[in-house]
Design a protein around this ligand. Structure first.
Ligand code: SF4
Ligand code: SF4
Length: 273
């Protein structure tokens, strides 16, 4: 049995990814499970989901604690979440990462494969929803599922208007994914977990490490309408001298302000990784 754990952030589609993967595996005649884990998560918060694949009926019902494969939909997640926790020796990590594979911050007795899923998703879908890109990478690196099966499975899981772009995203990621490299000599990034004493209420919670991109305000274009201030779910925006200003400690990079600003005064820029 192959056990897989997906790590992502709310809004990146980790739960949908395991459903698509399980559907595709089922189409190929194998047994499979998709286990979503819903909590109080919101857009940008770390989330996990699980998948099992086997040639015979799967009786296990627990969450996956010792995965063979870990899939990471966000390039910065391993700074705050130990994504390789419990990964079997000699296992595999497939990570959304734009730079050199040696610099993912993942190191240990396992292999790492990388693809810039965010860029591919932005180029094709226009949004940083990385689930279908990472599935394309999964198909390429593991050989556990065919790209054609994933494309067929997408039909049942996504709205019809976004199927073609997501299938294209999968194909591009499939082509772009690097071969797995042994991570035993790589440099490891320390995982800095947020203190449990930190208040959970949004207006006082530091969420800056959830971001894969951040908003930048053009003060000359801002007309001070407060629309971004009203819509920001983290109350990260204030008006200073009639212009919008962002407290980046509380900004999770969701991009809602960018979508809501009617004069185009807010642009999203990718975080340095
Ligand atoms: S929505 Fe745009 S114009 Fe209005 S305050 Fe925010 S940045 Fe300025
Ligand atoms: S400032 Fe913009 S990107 Fe940041 S949390 Fe608020 S709405 Fe989201």
């Amino acid at each position: 049995m192959i056990e897989i754990r997906f790590h992502g952030r709310g809004g990146q589609g980790a739960v949908t990814a395991v459903k698509i993967l399980a559907s595709a595996i089922h189409l190929e005649g194998k047994f499979t499970q998709a286990i979503p884990m819903y909590g109080t998560e919101r857009r940008g918060a770390p989330v996990v989901a699980f998948c099992r694949i086997d040639d015979k009926r799967i009786r296990e019902r627990d969450l996956v604690h010792e995965p063979d494969i870990v899939v990471v939909l966000d390039p910065l997640l391993n700074r705050s979440v130990d994504v390789t926790e419990g990964l079997k020796a000699g296992g595999l990590v497939i990570v959304n990462y734009p730079g050199n594979i040696k610099d993912t911050g993942l190191a240990g007795n396992f292999k790492v494969a990388a693809v810039d899923a965010t860029k591919i998703a932005l180029d094709v879908i226009g949004r940083p929803i990385t689930n279908t890109a990472i599935l394309g990478a999964f198909a390429k690196v593991t050989g556990l599922v065919k790209l054609e099966s994933l494309a067929e499975a997408v039909n049942g899981e996504l709205p019809s208007r976004i199927i073609a772009s997501n299938v294209e995203t999968m194909k591009r990621a499939y082509e772009a994914t690097t071969a797995p490299a042994n991570a035993s000599g790589f440099r490891k990034t320390d995982v800095v977990k947020r203190a449990s004493t930190q208040p959970l209420i949004s207006y006082s919670r530091v969420v800056s490490d959830w971001r894969i991109s951040h908003p930048v305000i053009d003060k000359n274009a801002c007309v001070g309408c407060k629309r971004c201030w009203v819509y920001c779910p983290e109350t990260a925006i204030s008006l200073v001298d009639g212009k919008a200003e962002i407290n980046y400690d509380y900004c999770k990079g969701c991009g809602i302000c960018n979508e809501e600003c009617l004069v185009g005064a807010i642009k999203m820029e990718r975080e340095e990784v």
